[in-house]
Design a protein around this ligand. Structure first.
Ligand code: NAD
Length: 507
């Protein structure tokens, strides 16, 4: 193990000076692959100083010139796609193809951010009074930050960086300390594309680094994605410190399967959405809600046919459907929750505990110490069980049987989380009613993982999202800019009416 990740400050990689590091593991083998430096408060503040120095020049660069750099960045990420996906797969554990998707869904938002010249256009009203015009403009905030989770180490940093930078801000990223390799490469490629020094900064670290970002007065906005407890902490601390914040948290996503649905399609969709990326997606489906006992029995049988055929393997194994989970602690927590489900009386139809990967080795490397959890299926889960109340973030699917559509609809509506949800049905009326009444931010109709496309916005409700603007789409430009409105009168066009002491109103 020779890699030691530092930070990316003022246009280059720099070593950490804190003396504190954390080991990065390859989850597929359980072997250490690198060390990552954990920044001190002083290091974070010094990094932010370089962003402060860069911000005015970047804000003054016209938007079209800014997006030309983004265009080159997009091209370079495309040229390095395989390299980025391999690094991502090895540090995260997801499969190579899935890792490519992680990068590409991030690039989608960079492409959307090319609309900056249009998105930043203000509004103009002429003759709002005699000789008076009003216009508005969107200006960057200055220095803004992103704090991101382990599960999408390319996509989510790019979701934040793209609109923030295109809008003219200097952007400081604090990525997950568990898979820091890809964010550092993305920053390097930004420089290669012609990005100015200090416009994209990466500081690695843990709570100390996050708190340093939250307590630095120069940071005007914080975009966070991660678990709900931390999302809430960051939202409250940022708000207390006078910063704008949007903080996205955990999830428990339901799929309602109506009796008229195509059950083969629903079962295929469920298997991919529940077990893809080992269930470590905030939009993974973890609860299947078939309506009626007959639908439930038929769906269960179709799942029982499909799930044993899934292959769990090394991230670079092209045959693997999904890879390991992120850490031994994550694996342990998933096992604990499965045990609790059994103790609470749910029917464990397929038990993924202690099964490991399908193969003993891959490319000569043993998989025995990798953090594998085989697919797990519960039936007859009820609302008070911890496997239902908690986000498991692992390859565990719970079937909750509902007697009626209303009973099924009540489940996502009453759950503490409200990130994503899906309905599978052939009835337009049922789908429409569901979309109107469900209390969740993102809804799929016969679509299991309804992650909106880059030019729409992404955000959950309830404990899945704190703040009033979503990620990507038009909201991202609103989040990373402030509006200024100018009301102007040129005196030679207007009669001087002398001093007035009353509120100006229209005659
Ligand atoms: P996490 O909350 O542990 O970490 C997220 C970030 O917060 C990391 O950068 C981490 O260093 C930092 N952090 C961790 N503990 C902290 C503390 N005590 N104080 C300050 N900062 C701290 O989340 P994770 O395990 O990396 O990611 C998984 C979670 O993210 C899941 O709950 C998943 O649902 C959620 N997620 C949500 C979305 C969404 O859009 N809603 C998307 C992806 C992931």
């Amino acid at each position: 193990m020779s890699t030691v990740y530092g930070h990316f400050i003022n246009g280059e990689r720099v070593a950490g000076t804190s003396g504190r590091t954390q080991t990065v593991y390859c989850p597929a083998t359980g072997k250490a692959s690198a060390e990552v430096a954990l920044a001190t408060t002083d290091e974070v503040n010094a990094a932010i100083d370089t962003a402060i120095a860069a911000a005015p020049g970047w804000a003054a660069t016209n938007p079209q010139k800014r997006i030309r750099i983004l265009m080159k960045w997009i091209a370079l990420i495309g040229e390095h796609l395989d390299e980025l996906a391999e690094l991502l797969a090895l540090e995260h554990g997801k499969t190579f193809d899935d890792a490519k998707g992680d990068v590409i869904r991030g690039v989608d938002v960079l492409e959307f951010a090319l609309s900056a010249p249009h998105m930043l256009k203000g509004e103009f009203s002429d003759s709002v009074g005699t000789g008076i015009d009003t216009y508005s403009m969107r200006q960057p905030l200055g220095v803004v930050a992103g704090i991101t989770p382990f599960n999408f180490p390319a996509m989510i940093p790019l979701w934040k960086a793209g609109p923030a930078i295109a809008a003219g801000n200097a952007f400081v990223l604090k990525p997950s300390e568990r898979d820091p390799g890809v964010p550092l490469r993305l920053a390097e490629l930004f420089m290669e594309a012609g990005g100015p020094k200090g416009v994209f900064t990466v500081v690695n670290g843990d709570k100390e680094a996050v708190d340093a970002v939250l307590n630095n007065d120069a940071i005007k906005a914080v975009g966070f994605v991660g678990s709900t407890a931390i999302a809430q902490y960051i939202y409250e601390t940022a708000a207390k410190n006078g910063k704008r914040a949007q903080c996205f948290g955990g999830a428990k996503n339901h799929m309602i399967i109506m009796p008229d649905a195509d059950l083969d399609q629903a079962a295929d969709a469920l298997v991919g959405a529940a077990y893809g990326s080992a269930g470590e997606r905030c939009m993974a489906i973890s609860v299947a809600v078939p309506v009626g006992q007959e639908t439930a029995d038929r769906l269960r049988d179709k799942l029982m046919e499909r799930i044993p055929k899934l292959k769990v393997g090394h991230s670079l194994d092209p045959q693997a459907d999904y890879g390991p989970v992120i850490t031994p602690q994550a694996k342990e927590r998933i096992h604990t929750l499965i045990n609790e489900g059994v103790e609470a009386g749910a029917d464990l139809l397929i038990d993924g505990r202690d099964k490991g990967a399908n193969d003993a080795e891959f490319n000569g490397e043993s998989l025995a110490d990798g953090y594998y959890v085989a697919p797990t299926l519960f039936d007859n889960v009820t609302p008070e069980m911890s496997i239902y109340t908690e986000e498991i973030f692992g390859p565990v699917l719970c079937i909750m049987r509902a007697e009626s559509y209303e009973e099924a609809l009540a489940l996502p509506n009453e759950h503490v989380y409200g990130n994503g949800v899906a309905i599978f049905t052939n009835s337009g009326a049922a789908a429409r009613d569901f979309a109107q009444r469900v209390q969740v931010g993102m809804i799929g109709v016969n679509v299991p993982i309804p992650v909106p496309i880059a030019y729409h916005t992404f955000g959950g409700w309830k404990a899945s999202g704190f703040g009033d603007l979503n990620q990507h789409g038009p909201d991202s430009f609103r989040f990373y800019t402030k509006t200024k409105t100018v009301t102007s009168r040129w005196l030679e066009n207007a009669e001087n009416v002398g001093a007035s002491f009353v509120m100006p109103v229209m005659d």
